[in-house]
Design a protein around this ligand. Structure first.
Ligand SMILES: Nc1nc2c(ncn2[C@@H]2O[C@@H]3COP(=O)(O)O[C@H]3[C@H]2O)c(=O)[nH]1
Ligand SMILES: [Zn+2]
Length: 333
């Protein structure tokens, strides 16, 4: 029971769990949101689906099955934190959770900038005409999996049938929204619909879609909103994947993104701008919609200057998520 409750909070520590256990935790989340009963999904079908998802994440430093879990778990935490069960329809929650699970399927560890025509010209970039090649591929793999997942008895519907039946365009919208080149477009759309937001108005489908996109984006880049001991190893994984890519780019004579170059990047330089200018503005917009508690972070200033701003932002983030019980060891930096 304690674990069940813990799973609903953004402080959850993924590093304590093996992949097989993570699969069970994913199942618990889907079950505790009542998807099994609301959509008449057989537990075996869910299990089968999650196993296929697990098989289609690659063994790479960052965009792996554990990242898929963290994004899904943050989405799950946000659903509870913002009481979305009483605000959105079950089908919207199912779409959000399924999108989170599928959002980086078969990621190869090389970002879109590497894939596209002016750089490595990969098969994915050719297939998708340079338009969000990775995210389009994650969607395509998600569809393959969903088509193959058949419940043992034909009596209950599988996910895809449900989603088609309900006329929902899934999964493209939420998964495609995770392409960071669309960050400003999606954030601005959300800002523009915010004043008109009304959860009680069921006609407001496009507003809900804008919110769903923001929620998956927040979840996708939320590692730094987690406790230090969870967030730090994730940063190591991310940098390892960045450095792998830039090493290959150097070998192939391709342009190298400065933020991936092991000769130019260090941890503070990588995080300060990201937290301040990408992560925090996204969370702040969400806080405009939900009455998340906000504590003044000033009392926690850390001594070393380079990290001060990043850590202030981090305290704001953690306050927003209500994780004030975390003791951040700023002195480590
Ligand atoms: N610098 C930095 N970038 C991040 C962090 N978390 C996510 N990102 C970036 O945000 C991107 C989100 O989409 P991707 O998964 O393609 O790749 C991710 C990373 O490039 C982080 O903690 N620090
Ligand atoms: Zn991701």
């Amino acid at each position: 029971e304690e674990l069940r409750q813990n799973l609903k909070t953004p402080t959850f520590d993924n590093w304590q769990w093996e992949d097989a256990e993570i699969m069970v935790l994913l199942q618990v989340m889907f079950t505790d949101l009542d998807f099994i009963s609301s959509f008449n999904i057989e537990p075996e079908a869910l299990q089968h689906f999650l196993f296929e998802v697990y098989r289609r994440y690659n063994n790479i430093p960052f965009h792996n099955f554990k990242h898929c879990f963290c994004v899904t778990q943050m989405m799950y935490g946000l659903i509870w934190l913002t009481d979305l069960r009483n605000k959105l329809e079950d089908i919207d929650l199912l779409i959000m959770m399924t999108s989170a699970v599928c959002h980086d399927l078969d990621h190869t560890g090389y970002n879109n900038a590497y894939q596209v025509d002016i750089n490595a010209r990969t098969e994915l970039a050719l297939r998708y005409n340079d338009i969000s090649p990775l995210e389009n591929h994650h969607c395509a793999v998600a569809f393959q999996i969903l088509q193959r997942v058949r419940p043992p008895s034909s009596a209950s519907l599988c996910f895809q049938l449900h989603l088609n039946h309900l006329g929902v365009s899934w999964p493209p919208e939420c998964i495609l929204a995770t392409d960071m080149t669309r960050h400003n477009e999606i954030l601005n759309k959300f800002k523009s619909v915010l004043p008109a937001f009304d959860f009680t108005n069921k006609e407001h489908k496009d507003l809900v879609r804008a919110l769903m996109m923001i929620l998956i984006k927040v979840s996708d880049i939320s590692n730094e909103a987690r406790p230090m001991e969870v967030a730090e190893p994730w940063l190591d994984c991310l940098l390892q994947e960045f450095f792998n890519q830039s090493d290959v780019e150097k070998l192939e004579g391709l342009p190298v993104s400065p933020f991936m170059d092991r000769d130019k990047v260090n941890k503070p330089s990588s995080q300060i701008g990201f937290i301040r200018f990408v992560l925090l503005p996204l969370f702040m917009e969400l806080a405009n919609l939900f009455p998340l508690t906000f504590n003044d972070p000033k009392g926690h200033r850390c001594k070393r200057r380079r990290w001060t701003e990043a850590l202030d932002s981090k305290f704001v983030l953690i306050s927003l998520l209500g994780c004030n019980n975390i003791s951040l060891s700023a002195s480590k930096y």
